[in-house]
Each structure stands twice: as C-alpha cells, then as structure tokens.
Design a protein around this ligand. Structure first.
Ligand SMILES: Cc1ncc(COP(=O)(O)O)c(C=O)c1O
Length: 486
C-alpha cells in the first residue's frame, strides 16, 4: 500500500497509516504480541514521513491497539482478543456545561420495536421470558387475589401496600440498613420513582448533574421538566468521577445529582463502596440531594451485593429508587423510593399525579418476596446474566471491526460498545432495523449528542442461534460502514 498519493483527498495521512496497521491486525497478519514495523521501515514502505508514522503509532497506542516497549519498539497489544478488540472504552471526558436536553424520533424508534417479536432484541434493556419467574409469580398472584379479593381490586393509595413496603425494607437488612417501611413510597416502576424524586427536589430551570453517558429516560425527564443537565465524566469501571463532580459543584448551582452507582446503564460501572461514602459526604456537605437509581444492584456477578449510597447518608438527603423490573417482571410495574427527608414531598407528588398504584401487582410481589423464592431466583438470574454478558462480549469482539472497545461489567446485563472513530451508529441502527435487529445508539445517552460511534447492546436474552446470527450480521454491517468511512 502507498498512502502518499491519496492523502489529500481522503483525510489525514497518519489516519491512513493507522488504518493500514489496523487492517493487518484485523486480518490476523499481525497477531497480539507481534512487533510492528519500525517507524523508519514503515515510513519507507508507505512513502510517508517518520513523524506521520510516529503520530499513527501514538494514536494506535492511545486506542489500545499497540503498546510500546522501551528500546524494543511497538507491539500489537497482547491483551487484544482474536479480532484485536478486548479493550474497555476510556473514561469519558465531557464539556461541563449545563444544557437543555432535546430528544427526537430516536426514542420512539427504539421503543416502537421493543416489543416486536420479529425484531432481535439487542436494543432495549429487557430480559427474556425464560428468565422471569413465571410460575412462581403466577402462584403468588393467584394467592393474593384469592386471599384478599376486595383489596386486590380496590385502589391502593400512597404510600402503597404495607406488606410490600415491609418486605422491601427487610431486603435492606442484608446491607446493614434499618429502613422504616413508612419512609418507602411504592411507585409504578423505577421510572415513577425517579420522576417523583426529581419533582420533589428541583424546580424548572435547575441544574441536575448526571453521569456521562447516562440512562436516557433520566435525560428525557430532565427535558420534559424544563431542567438543565450537566454531564460529569464517568469511568467505565468506577463510575462518576468524584473530582469532576466536586469541580462542577464548586462552579455551578447544582440542585440534585442522579446516578446509577451499581452497574450503571449503559456503561455498567460499579462505584466502589468507599467512593459512595465520599460521594454522599461531599453532597451532604453542600446540601445537595442524591437520587440514586439502584435498579441493577441485585444483579452483581460476584458474591457480595454492593452497598447503596443510602448506607452512608447522615442528613436524609439520599433518595434511593428501584424496582423489580430487571429482576422479576417489568410488566408488574412495581417500584419504590426511599424518601428520607423528602418523603412528604414524594407522597404529595404521587397523590397529585397518579393517585394510586396497581393493587394486585403489589400484593403479588409482596407474596412472592415472602415465599422466599426471590433469592433462589436471583441466584439463577445472576449466573445466567453473567454467562450471557460474557458470551455476547466474546462474540462482539469476534465480529466487530478492529479497534472496537467493549465494557466488561461486573453486573447487570448491558454492554457499552465503542466502535472505531467515524462509525455512524445512527446509520448502523437504520441498516440493522431493516434486517430486524435492534440496538440502542450511544447518542441517546448524552444531552450533548456525544457518543456517535457508541451503542448499547442488551444481553438480557439467553443466547440462541437467532442472536448469534444477528451479532454476525451486525458485524458485517459495521464493517461495511467502517470501509465506507475509510
Ligand atoms: C437505570 C434504569 N433506571 C430505571 C429504569 C426503568 O425502570 P422501570 O421499568 O422499573 O420503570 C431502567 C430501565 O431500563 C433503567 O435501566
């Protein structure tokens, strides 16, 4: 290959040199651990300057494709997978400016196919029916209606079913927390818990700090409520960067922080418990409420259930939101929020906006929790999700273009995938949807329309041939796009 002639017309020279090396890695000509040509020999071979090759190697090093060994030269990173990709995405770096959030048709497009059985479900973060405790829940539902038909068919006014609140409070004992069931407000899913929390602690025009990337429904909520979002740098392993948050607090009037500390969506990060303590101390010192979304907390792959920020609060400013949507059944719409000092505000918002929550779902859920089946179910679920996430990661590494980076979460069931720079994931989505494959484009997870070459992949369904074929096709489509961009 000679790149010099085509350089002016097709972009930066060093970019083409990078692509040349990536191509060799992808085709297996250069394997992990192999030495790549020296700067001098490649510059001669490609007829470009040594500094161009040097710039390309620096770029590949930053992308995790090459490593430098002092006095020996550059090598293909030995940690790369078969196709050369097993790096996790880098810590995010965002401009810290409060912004209005705007959402368009993308949201509708993703949700319009979420329940279409014809579409391979790699988009929305939902689990397969095989992983839901169908029989146990059916028994619990029957018992609930048979035992108290009148109650099951009547309104359940806020704060919600007393037995359910007691069962939920009991689950926090494992984390060393004594939660008064009266401080819990039952909601319609975690979504309503987040809505009521934001309504209780903010007013129109306020600034809310969020992770970057962050769960898109939080952004949507911020948009609809006329709030401003400020995105905070986030590490794919340890979550929201506390120094960046501290800096934001020092420089702007932040009224609330919303974060998924345990296995965030989409990045899968897990904030270490010590950092959670520091986070709570920092926010309490500034009198800023923390809305923690712990919907994935029970889905840890290792033995220990991670703590919630609620464990460290002293001033009642932490609101913990969650639901059984990711663990039992999203259709039952049973969620909750631990309100602390904001409990009365939450109650008023709940009364004013939805008045009551489905009685039968609450009673069935309370019965299911009481039966002791939940922990056994969770054990099976965690190991299934772990396997599915590992399998999906392995297959994506195999099929996606070289230079792709994929998170390696310790819980939950989504993967965050960074495709090579320049890949247009919105176009990938359109082509994938035409083949009845869904995915969630990265742009949806930011108010700043960042993450154009990122996507979130759902691993909530047991692996089967249909998913395998879809991942293969996604690989082909991504390769096509990469070569069109070249
Ligand atoms: C982080 C996070 N919070 C909240 C929700 C919504 O939960 P629910 O279905 O219980 O309203 C989701 C669903 O994907 C989620 O990923």
């Amino acid at each position: 290959m000679t790149v010099a002639n085509s350089a002016e017309t097709t972009g930066f020279l060093y970019d083409q040199v990078s692509r040349h090396i990536l191509d060799l890695v992808e085709k297996g000509t250069l394997k992990p651990g192999d030495r790549v040509p020296s700067l001098r020999s490649l510059s001669r071979q490609l007829r470009v300057s040594i500094s161009t090759v040097s710039q390309a190697y620096a770029d590949l090093q930053q992308r995790g494709v090459l490593r430098v060994r002092p006095q020996s030269g550059y090598f293909v990173d030995g940690r790369l997978g078969r196709a050369g990709q097993s790096q996790v995405p880098r810590k995010t770096s965002v401009s810290r400016q409060p912004r209005k959030v705007r959402f368009g048709e993308l949201y509708e497009q993703i949700f319009s196919v979420a329940n279409d059985p014809e579409v391979v479900p790699l988009g929305a973060a939902v689990q397969g029916i095989d992983l839901m405790p169908v029989k146990g829940l059916a028994r619990a539902t029957q018992r609930a209606i048979a035992r108290q038909p009148e109650q099951a068919l009547a309104y359940s006014f806020p704060p919600g079913d007393a037995e359910l609140r007691y069962e939920i409070a009991r689950r926090y004992v494992e984390l060393g927390l004594a939660i008064d069931p009266d401080t819990i407000v039952i909601t319609s899913g975690c979504s309503e818990a987040l809505t009521l929390s934001l309504q209780s602690v903010t007013r129109r025009g306020d600034i809310v700090a969020v992770e970057s990337p962050t769960y898109f429904s939080v952004l949507r909520l911020i948009e609809r409520m006329g709030l401003l979002a400020v995105e905070i740098d986030t590490d794919p392993e340890t979550g929201m960067c506390l120094e960046a948050l501290e800096n934001a607090i020092d420089t702007m009037d932040i009224k609330a922080v919303v974060a998924v500390l345990n296995f965030s969506n989409p990045i899968g990060s897990l904030m270490p418990d010590d950092s959670k303590r520091r986070l709570v101390e920092m926010l309490e010192a500034a009198d800023i409420p923390l809305i923690e979304d712990d919907i994935y907390g029970d889905l840890h792959f290792s033995g220990q259930r991670p703590a919630v920020a609620q464990c460290y609060q002293q001033k009642g400013l932490v609101l913990t939101c969650s639901s059984f949507s990711k663990t039992i059944a999203s259709g039952y719409r049973v969620g909750w929020v631990i309100g602390n000092h904001h409990r009365d505000d939450l109650l008023e918002w709940k009364q004013a906006t939805s008045s009551a929550t489905c009685s039968l779902s609450q009673m069935a859920m309370a019965d299911y929790l009481r039966s002791g089946e939940y922990d056994r179910h969770l054990m099976r679920l965690r190991s299934a999700y772990r396997l599915q996430v590992e399998k999906m990661r392995f297959m994506l590494e195999r099929h996606l273009p070289c230079g792709t980076r994929i998170t390696s979460p310790q819980g939950g069931f989504v993967l965050w995938v960074e495709l090579p720079r320049g890949t247009d994931v919105i176009e990938l989505l359109q082509r994938a949807l035409a083949e009845k494959i869904s995915l969630t484009p990265g742009m949806m997870f930011s108010a700043t329309r960042k993450y154009r070459n990122f996507m979130r992949i759902n691993c909530g369904h047991p692996w089967d041939e249909r998913i395998e074929r879809a991942v293969e096709r996604l690989g082909v489509l991504a390769h096509e796009l990469a070569s069109e961009a070249a």
